[in-house]
Design a protein around this ligand. Sequence first.
Ligand SMILES: C[S@@+](CC[C@H](N)C(=O)[O-])C[C@H]1O[C@@H](n2cnc3c(N)ncnc32)[C@H](O)[C@@H]1O
Length: 273
Amino acid sequence: MASDSTPTDRAHSVTVDTSVPHSARIWNYWLGGKDNYPVDREVGEQILRVAPVVGEIARVSRAFLVRAVSHLAGEAGVRQFLDVGTGLPTSNNTHEVAQSLAPESRIVYVDNDPLVLAHARALLVGAPEGFTTYLDADLREPENILRAAADTLDFEQPIALMLMGSVEHVTDDEEAYSVVSRLVDALPSGSYLVFNDATNVVHPEEMAKLEQLWNSEGSAAIAQRTPEGIAHFFKGLELLEPGVVSTPLWRPDSTDIGEPRAVDAFCGVGRKP
Ligand SMILES: C[S@@+](CC[C@H](N)C(=O)[O-])C[C@H]1O[C@@H](n2cnc3c(N)ncnc32)[C@H](O)[C@@H]1O
């Protein structure tokens, strides 16, 4: 299941079908990446027409990753990251942000998408002082992730669990809360949960159209939750300021131009006491 710097057999066997749209490539398109094909761009544009805010959601989510990881690897002194639902490599991947501040950081990436696996080698070129690895595993089977991650991460030391846009793909609420709490329960005191997902309260009509179109076209269905539903994932954790907020409003950069505006992505960072 786990792969270090050598690609697995599954990665070799991945055939890239460029005739059907793929959700990871559509997301990559909205992020301004290059790993997408005309069919992905077509569906990406179709969704942008009914929900123009979606491109902004992709970008602000990635910008939150940079701010959260910078805080954790910087002031909070975290050196281990478990990033479940990695997506296709883009700029400012978790290991790049963490290792730019603390080169010894160890990162375990996890995704269940064969296409992400096929691109995973691009994620494995990290700082020589640190370590980066990739697991081909499913969020809905957290015990498998924890078992394999223990080969790389020390579960006696703080770990930042990153769930960035991945839990919305676990569409059943009960299963989603169970999966996250089983992961958090395995982390030692002083660990963190970094969470970001789509909501449906700021632009409800656009978001309803987005969910409908995405679920009919994309290969991984989503369920948008309310901000309260997202806050529930932090049960038992100490929320860092400013709590669970619309993603652009979580500690916006002083270099940001203009006032950040709320969109339907909500996020938070919580510390395990
Ligand atoms: C919206 S993308 C977010 C990518 C990246 N974390 C970011 O914030 O830009 C969601 C990712 O979660 C992954 N994902 C969805 N369901 C998953 C599952 N059950 N197990 C592991 N990864 C999953 C998808 O393959 C995709 O790469």
